[in-house]
Design a protein around this ligand. Structure first.
Ligand code: GLA
Length: 408
């Protein structure tokens, strides 16, 4: 064998070896082995966290009445029982530090204090979350945690906080991995399990270190309630699909479902992509005043089951047809696959996918339309054109199916 042939052969072998784990993972019916997070919080967020966060709809216009009413709405609408558990107060709840360095909540907007609010949230069968920042100030120039990580962790533990989102504003000169690890260690030192939501917008390669520190990490800049922003955010988050696993999630930002001028189709597509990407599902709309249509989207049990599937795999783009049709697929526990046919274009189109496109072997599969719940029966993909999965998709809309292999 000549040197160049030998080189080509070893390159091929190397490529096969490198590709093997990825391929094996594609068809693996069970979750990959995960070394546990070295933390007392390692058992949290084994499926993507679900809840509500104030920022997308309310910004700084928040107070304890809004939070209590939102907790009530989570219970009354059935959202809590559908899985939305965390009630997270984002930026602007804090105003100063006292003489001992303890963070002080805005006395006008939160006169009862954060402990009383956490107690109320817990009394509704929900969990409580807060926001802070690695720097000296938050993004809205409220006091941040730099130098106060341990005092803040102890305060959160005393208040009964279950989830902390840590932002990255005013972080000049800081090393992200070092900064965020301080919070992980401080929470552990405080002795209360807390979900750590890393929010540095994908700026400092969190893909290399965040899984060892937090439960979720933002992958993008802030999402806006527009179709363009939703597609852009989904595309950016999709690229890191191989990192998601139980307890560790890519975070393409909180939901804009029900916000801005998004149409019902756009809301459905947004929610479907987030469900399929195993994204944290933090509702960001006004839960006290949403339409039935939006509530139905947020609480569709079949779609939520895709997001919360215990295998913990992130769905990804398996085909891009170029005329607006994308096929997304997410392997589910037990060998089924969730398949989304996304229409990015402004015209209705016909979408289609082959079993082989979505990682299924040729043969029979039971097909269910997950948005309508309708069972579409047993389909056999034997290689002929008419046997593939086909569906009409409206403009800026999506169809979502579950394909469950059904061998003879
Ligand atoms: C940043 C974060 C947002 C929100 C705001 C609050 O922009 O990315 O999610 O927390 O700060 O100021």
């Amino acid at each position: 064998m000549t040197l160049s042939k030998r080189r080509a052969t070893s390159a091929l072998l190397l490529a096969q070896v490198l590709l093997l784990p990825a391929c094996a993972r594609e068809t693996s019916p069970s979750a990959p082995e995960i070394p546990p997070l070295a933390s007392i919080s390692a058992h949290l967020a084994l499926t993507p966290p679900m809840g509500f966060n104030t920022w997308n709809r309310f910004g700084c216009d928040i107070d304890e009445t809004l939070l209590r009413e939102t907790a009530d709405a989570l219970v009354e609408t059935g959202m809590r029982d559908a899985g939305y558990r965390y009630v997270v107060v984002d930026d602007c709840w804090q105003t100063s530090r006292d003489a001992d360095g303890r963070i002080v909540a805005d006395p006008e907007r939160f006169p009862s204090g954060m402990k009383a609010l956490a107690d109320y949230v817990h009394s509704q069968g929900l969990l409580f979350g807060l926001y802070t920042d690695v720097g000296p100030m938050t993004c809205q120039d409220r006091p941040g945690s730099l130098g106060y990580e341990e005092i803040d962790a102890a305060t959160y533990a005393e208040w009964g906080v279950d989830y902390v989102k840590v932002d990255w504003c005013h972080s000049e000169g800081l090393d992200a991995a070092v900064s965020y690890r301080k919070f992980r260690d401080a929470f552990d030192g405080a002795g209360r399990p807390m979900v750590l939501s890393i929010c540095e917008w994908g700026r400092n390669a969190p893909f290399e270190w965040a899984r060892e520190i937090g439960h979720l990490w933002r992958t993008t800049a802030d999402i806006q309630p527009t179709w363009e922003s939703i597609l852009w955010t989904a595309d950016a988050n999709e690229r890191h699909h191989e990192l998601a696993e139980p307890g560790r999630w890519n975070d393409p930002d909180m939901l804009q479902v029900g916000n801005g001028d998004l149409t019902l189709s756009e809301n459905r597509a947004h929610f479907t992509l987030w469900a399929l990407m195993a994204a944290p599902l933090m509702a960001g709309n006004d839960l006290r005043a949403m339409s039935e249509e939006i509530l139905d989207l947020l609480t569709n049990t079949d779609v939520l089951a895709v997001n919360q599937d215990p295998l913990g795999r992130q769905g990804r783009i398996v085909l891009d047809r170029g005329y607006g049709l994308q096929v997304w697929a997410k392997p589910l526990e037990g060998g089924a696959v969730a398949v989304a046919l996304l229409n990015r274009s402004g015209d209705a189109i016909e979408g289609y996918a082959r079993w082989s496109d979505v990682g299924l072997a040729a043969g029979a599969a039971n097909v269910q339309d997950l948005w309508t719940g309708e069972s579409l029966g047993r389909h056999v993909d034997d290689g002929r054109y008419e046997t593939r999965l086909r569906a009409e998709i409206g403009a800026h809309d999506v169809r979502l199916f579950r394909l469950t292999p059904a061998p003879d």
